[in-house]
Design a protein around this ligand. Structure first.
Ligand SMILES: *[C@@H]1O[C@H](CO)[C@@H](O)[C@H](O)[C@H]1NC(C)=O
Ligand SMILES: *[C@@H]1O[C@H](CO)[C@@H](O)[C@H](O)[C@H]1NC(C)=O
Ligand SMILES: *[C@@H]1O[C@H](CO)[C@@H](O)[C@H](O)[C@H]1NC(C)=O
Ligand SMILES: *[C@@H]1O[C@H](CO)[C@@H](O)[C@H](O)[C@H]1NC(C)=O
Length: 274
């Protein structure tokens, strides 16, 4: 007798069991699918706590924008409502793997599970996915003034064309849902304040990391360094700002108007190239 037979038979039985149970009970058993992906442990805990996994399991086609333990820390202490709103903004009701992301011509606005909650206002329930000409993929709330805060870090796994799990660099928080988190300042190897910052080859890759930093990098504005976790009303990374500045910004001063004007000009330039 072949001693391997019982094992392969057992494996087959186990496989059949897994498939039949998962397809008869849920379309997508998301908690099960993410089991063992330890980097997203805190994210999975939140899917569980908020019961969002139940809503996800009712769907046939979703893309999860997953956050690592380190990046999700900033939303763990928030209220239950806010956590639910933020977490459901990370569930896109469409399938996007790397191949499909690379076919986006410029940008698309994708419906999230937050939209289907009925609690969303304006564009809060949509995520903007933008593909830069460099090939980099950025994510942000589709709300008008919202910056594209997150970038694609990796495709974690896919089950074409039902489930895709992508790792993104920062939480995507629509204005009005809670405090927005902006990308960190440029990496620490930038030389300390000096008259003429030198450009080294190493800068190249880092500079393309986040569009939120792009305007501040330009010589035009006399560039104040962007603050690390700036409030949405900080003028520094002026990514999403259009003519009306956020409510709590002081609009009166001529200098700030000039700054905003310059930032807008740079923005217009930048987005012309997208
Ligand atoms: C995958 O999606 C198709 C249609 O979009 C659906 O018929 C099928 O049940 C889904 N499978 C799973 C495992 O969710
Ligand atoms: C992430 O956090 C969860 C608990 O929230 C923990 O179980 C898991 O081990 C952590 N993963 C890593 C890689 O630290
Ligand atoms: C979800 O939370 C419950 C307790 O609320 C826990 O018993 C269960 O193990 C959790 N499931 C996962 C996959 O973390
Ligand atoms: C996505 O965001 C970019 C930058 O803010 C914007 O130019 C573009 O129109 C947005 N796309 C959609 C579909 O909302």
């Amino acid at each position: 007798m072949n001693p391997k037979t019982p094992f392969s038979l057992l494996a087959l039985v186990a496989l059949v069991f897994v498939f039949s149970s998962s397809s008869s009970v849920n379309a997508l058993n998301i908690l099960q699918q993410l089991k063992g992906y330890d980097d997203y442990g805190a994210f999975v805990d939140l899917l569980n706590q908020t019961k969002l996994y139940q809503k996800i399991n009712e769907r046939n086609t979703v893309t999860i924008l997953a956050l690592t333990n380190a990046t999700i820390a900033s939303i763990q202490g928030r209220s239950d409502d806010e956590k639910l709103a933020i977490m459901s903004s990370h569930v896109l009701l469409d399938y996007f793997d790397k191949i499909k992301l690379n076919k986006i011509s410029k940008s698309v606005a994708i419906t999230t599970l937050y939209q289907s909650s009925g609690a969303a206002n304006d564009e809060q329930g949509f995520v903007n996915i933008t593909r830069l000409s460099s090939g980099q993929i950025l994510f942000g709330s589709a709300m008008k003034k919202a910056p594209l805060v997150a970038r694609l870090e990796k495709e974690v796994f896919t089950k074409p064309y039902n489930l895709s799990v992508l790792q993104v660099s920062l939480p995507i928080i629509a204005p009005g849902i809670g405090k927005v988190i902006l990308p960190p300042p440029p990496p620490p190897f930038t030389p300390p304040p000096s008259e003429s910052p030198k450009k080294s080859n190493d800068d190249e890759e880092e500079e393309s990391v986040s569009p939120a930093e792009a305007p501040a990098d330009s010589p035009e504005s006399g560039s104040p360094a962007p603050s690390p976790v700036a409030d949405a009303d900080a003028p520094g990374p002026a990514t999403g700002n259009e003519e009306d500045t956020p409510a709590d910004t002081t609009t009166g001063s001529g200098a700030s108007r000039i700054f905003v004007g310059a930032a807008m000009a740079v923005m217009a330039l930048v987005f012309n190239f997208l």
